[in-house]
Design a protein around this ligand. Structure first.
Ligand SMILES: NC(=O)c1ccc[n+]([C@@H]2O[C@H](COP(=O)([O-])OP(=O)(O)OC[C@H]3O[C@@H](n4cnc5c(N)ncnc54)[C@H](OP(=O)(O)O)[C@@H]3O)[C@@H](O)[C@H]2O)c1
Length: 319
């Protein structure tokens, strides 16, 4: 099979390393370059292969058909512009081009929801990790007009430590995190809220989102617990989700609450829905789990690249 060359900026970070490993095992892609900043010149194992990082300024952008940018927010947009200047496509994993984050014109890469506009796109804004889990769980209810207008959707979600990136921080030391559990960004101000609000509003749903993230003492994985006031009670709480995501290979709808063990190292969103008993307003509790580095970052980016490049969408992805 002819292999399409792709490059990775920010390849030495958590999302970038995951991408290196996925690209190494992809039957239709080959790694044209893997670029880093402080870690330039270092060699690491990525999946079954070794990868040596070049400096971002030395990255041969023109040698790739598509470049993934796994750079931090703020740094990424300028690099995406350089990639575009070299006439190449880009999938941006940062928040820079996402809806609700300023000047967004790139298609939003929540693949299952936006496949039609992603085909042949020049640039894709890959979703954030929390928004991937939360929006995939909410869109079936939103698009079937089941959410009570004007309601508050309460979201409590917890992420493993890789969600914070590779930069050392005292609050992420092993002794601080292990056997511990805490909320952060309390006050409904997490930066992912803009993205989620923008997508929900664009779908025509008028609600408030109240989101509190937590830090889990594990390396990877997100579990979101989402409480949704409904317009009417549901006899079968799973039916809207099964209907909406029918035939999707990377969406699992299950009667049992999903666990992190169900999803880590896999490119899936796994969700369940449960009727809340003894409520005056009909209310659904929706649970969604993903691997933040796979479906929440590198896996979904690769899924989008497959769509953009006209490859089979599931190619090279861990199901
Ligand atoms: N981690 C997740 O779960 C996750 C999920 C979804 C989306 N994302 C997004 O993906 C992006 C990467 O996240 P991450 O967690 O992988 O971050 P990270 O571990 O901190 O990695 C950042 C990467 O960017 C490089 N870098 C930093 N500043 C640079 C600069 N000025 N020029 C060139 N390279 C530079 C770093 O290189 P050196 O280390 O060599 O300096 C590293 O490779 C972020 O925008 C993040 O929001 C992350």
């Amino acid at each position: 099979m002819h292999k399409i060359p792709v490059g990775i900026l920010g390849a030495s970070g958590y999302a970038g390393r995951e991408l290196c490993a996925l690209v190494s095992g992809h039957p239709g892609l080959e790694l044209a370059f893997a670029a880093a900043n402080a870690q330039r010149g270092e060699t690491v194992r990525a999946g079954a292969r070794e990868v040596t990082f070049v400096a971002a300024d030395d990255a041969p952008l023109g040698a790739a058909e598509l470049v993934f940018s796994a750079l931090p927010h703020g740094a990424s947009a300028a690099w995406v512009a350089r990639v575009r200047g070299a006439g190449k496509r880009a999938v941006d994993l940062s928040a820079d081009l996402r809806p609700g984050n300023g000047d967004h014109t790139a298609p939003y890469g929540l693949t299952e929801a936006n496949r039609a506009v992603l085909k042949g796109a020049e640039v894709v804004a890959n979703p954030g990790c929390y928004p991937t889990a939360i929006l995939m769980a909410l869109l079936p209810l939103v698009e079937q007009d089941l959410v009570r207008p004007g309601a508050t959707i309460v979201i409590s979600a917890a992420s493993g430590v890789t969600g914070a990136g590779f930069t050392p921080r005292p609050d992420l030391l092993f002794a601080e995190v292990t056997e511990n559990y805490n909320a952060y960004g309390v006050g409904n101000e997490h930066r992912h809220l803009n993205e989620m609000r923008a997508v929900i509003a664009a779908a025509g749903c008028d609600v408030d989102l109240l989101f509190t993230p937590h830090l889990l003492p594990v390396a990877r994985g997100i579990l979101a617990t989402i409480t949704v006031p409904l317009v009417r009670s549901l006899d079968d709480p799973l039916a809207p989700f099964r209907r909406h995501w029918a035939g999707e290979p990377f969406v699992e709808v299950t009667p049992l609450p999903p666990t992190l063990h169900d999803v880590t190292h896999r490119n899936v969103v796994r969700m369940s829905a449960h009727v809340a008993a003894q409520m005056r307003t009909p209310t659904l509790i929706v649970l969604a789990a993903i691997d933040n580095l796979v479906k929440g970052a590198a896996g979904q980016a690769l899924q989008n690249a497959n769509v953009v490049l006209g490859l089979d969408e599931p190619l090279g992805l861990p199901a």
